[in-house]
Design a protein around this ligand. Sequence first.
Ligand code: T3D
Length: 261
Amino acid sequence: MSPVLVSLDAGVLQVTLNRPEKLNSFNPEMHKLLRQALERAADEAAVRAVLLTGAGRAFCAGQDLSERDVSPGAAPIDLSVSLGSYYNPLVRRVRELPKPVVCAVNGVAAGAGANLALACDLVLAARSASFVQAFAKIGLVPDTGGTWFLPRLVGAARAAGLALLGEKLAAEDAERWGLIWKAVDDGRLMDEAASLARRLAEGPTRGYGLIKKALRISSGNSLDAQLDLERDLQREAGLSEDYREGVTAFKEKRAPRFKGK
Ligand code: T3D
């Protein structure tokens, strides 16, 4: 079986991490296929939203540690190579993808797996799922954007607790803390995530891409600079077919039929 399963239906590209026997932890092949899937999502007009999830009982346990030889006498490993080649491009790809990415966290999300989820635009998690900043437990620093996402999502005190202690945070607490969008009953997760992704796939795709851009850039901007950015992005949004359709539908008191253009 392929370590990443990909299927396109009704504008939603579902991407499933598929190494369940290894809790969907990352090896180079899984990285390669996930990257290909995300490139496809970026390039193909028929893809208007992405739904990312995991097969089996975990979402993703981060780096596959069985691939790291730390036995006495083994050569030291330069982990910056792994981050530079795999994890950093992955986060950039998800964040810069001009289409919405829904993440359905079906089970434990640990290490880079937890932070990959946080890189997505809307994160739903099964009630039985949990988030673990497992890095400190093996002497590492949260990566895959963790040190950037955590303080912004949950504040400095909670970010420090999560990063330093590496304890499991249950999905419901993750929702309460503002780490994720929603915790849902286990049996409802995939239906709710798929219906959310479908709804986004029927939406104004170009506008969504611009919203993602505005939110992404806002973290490093002053209010003044952000106001200028909003002006420029609104110019672009206002020229889209979907804007015309949205206003026309509003005036005609009907549901809009967006084409993503
Ligand atoms: O190296 C680089 O490239 C640098 C970048 C690093 C990015 C990172 O992600 S570093 C962090 C790596 N991940 C971890 O440290 C997480 C390790 N796993 C755990 O802490 C726990 O397994 C979980 C919290 C994820 C789940 O706990 P639990 O109790 O539900 O399951 P378990 O019994 O611990 O694990 C089940 C099996 O999965 C077990 O194998 P076994 O004994 O049944 O044969 C376990 O070894 C395996 N497993 C879990 N996580 C990993 C893994 N095997 C390889 N790599 C893993 N990350």
